[in-house]
Each structure stands twice: as C-alpha cells, then as structure tokens.
Design a protein around this ligand. Structure first.
Ligand code: IMP
Ligand code: MG
Length: 179
C-alpha cells in the first residue's frame, strides 16, 4: 500500500521495509566490527526504538546486554522540545561502553539529555545509533555515530515511529502529506 491514513492525516510510502532491513544489516555489521572486543551495553529508548533496536541487536555477531529507558517529548507532529524525564536508567554503567539506540534524532534534545544522564554514571564511552536523523532540525551539534537514513525535516510514521500513538507496527516508513 503506498498511501495510508491515520486519524486526520494521510501519509505516502517513504522507506520500504526492504530498504530499512538492508540498512539495519549494514549498521549491525559496523557495530559488530567496532565493538567486538568491547562488550557494550545497549540502552534502548522506548517506545519508538523498539523495532529498530530488536532487529539491530538481533543481528549482532556477539552476545550483549540490553536495557531500556523511556523518555517522552512528542505530541502530534512536532517535538515539544522539553524532555520530561528519563525513566528506568540502569545505574550500573560505570566503566561500560554504552550504545544508545533511538528511532530518530529530530531536534536532538532527547539524545543530548539522555547522553548527559548516562555520562553522570561514568561510562567508558557513549555513542548513539539511530535509524533516522533530520539534520536540518537539530538544535545543537549532536554527534550520532551510526545513522540509518538522513532525511529532510518532515514528519514520518512506521517501523516504531508513531503519529498520536498509531502506526508503530507498520513495516514500512511513511511521510506525511501536508494539505
Ligand atoms: P528530538 O526532537 O530529537 O528530541 O526527538 C524526540 C522524539 O520525537 C524522537 O525520539 C521520536 O520518538 C519523536 N520523533 C521525532 N521526529 C519524529 C517523526 O517524524 N515521527 C514520529 N516521531 C518523531
Ligand atoms: Mg523516541
């Protein structure tokens, strides 16, 4: 299906499931090479990163540890720009190599805040992996080590990303059709 409706909006196909999985394979190979001797801990940002993280991490070539945190900052189609709180942070990250996994880096405020929280726990290193980045929308310089797709500043849905809670289950990614 190339057009879908969610509530009051229509969306067109943007990235196919095949494109997404090919890209995740590439990222998983890079991470497998870079981290094979580092015994990293993956910290996954819920809810949006659940699908990306599960496919990414299941393709790694070594056993690893995974934990989950939760942050809320979006309502409708624009970032609120305010991070409410980071929930569920594992306190045992001292000396660990951490890879933070999120669905999308939009303003970059979420990742900046989460990274600062993690740095307080004195990890050996922290890098960020995201499926999608919107560089035009970044409010601060943010160093994202592993990026699946760089896209223009448009609202997307699917493969973990939602519009008002809907669409996370879609296997492809769709972009909003502005009226
Ligand atoms: P930030 O603006 O970089 O802090 O992004 C905050 C969060 O907003 C991301 O982790 C996503 O969950 C969500 N988000 C950003 N852009 C989109 C989008 O285009 N569609 C759906 N969710 C988005
Ligand atoms: Mg998110």
């Amino acid at each position: 299906m190339s057009t879908i409706s969610i509530q009051d909006r229509s969306f067109g196909l943007f990235l196919s499931s095949e494109q997404i999985h090919t890209k995740i394979d590439t990222l998983a190979s890079e991470i497998s090479t870079d981290y094979k001797d580092k015994d990293p801990v993956f910290v996954v940002v819920l809810n949006g990163a659940f699908l990306f993280a599960s496919f990414l991490i299941s393709r790694l070539k070594f056993p690893c540890r995974v934990s989950f945190i939760r942050v809320n900052s979006y309502k409708g189609t624009s970032s609120s720009g305010e991070i409410q709180k980071v929930f569920g942070m594992d306190e045992e990250l001292e000396g660990e190599h951490v890879i933070l996994v999120d669905d999308i880096v939009d303003t970059g405020l979420t990742m900046k805040e989460v990274k600062e929280e993690i740095l307080k726990l004195k990890p050996a290193s922290v890098e960020i992996a995201c499926l999608v980045s919107k560089p035009e929308s970044h409010k601060r310089a943010i160093d994202v080590r592993y990026i699946g797709f760089e896209i223009p500043n448009r609202f997307i849905v699917g493969f973990g990303l939602d519009y008002n809670g809907y669409g996370r289950n879609l296997n492809d990614i769709y972009v909003i059709n502005y009226p």
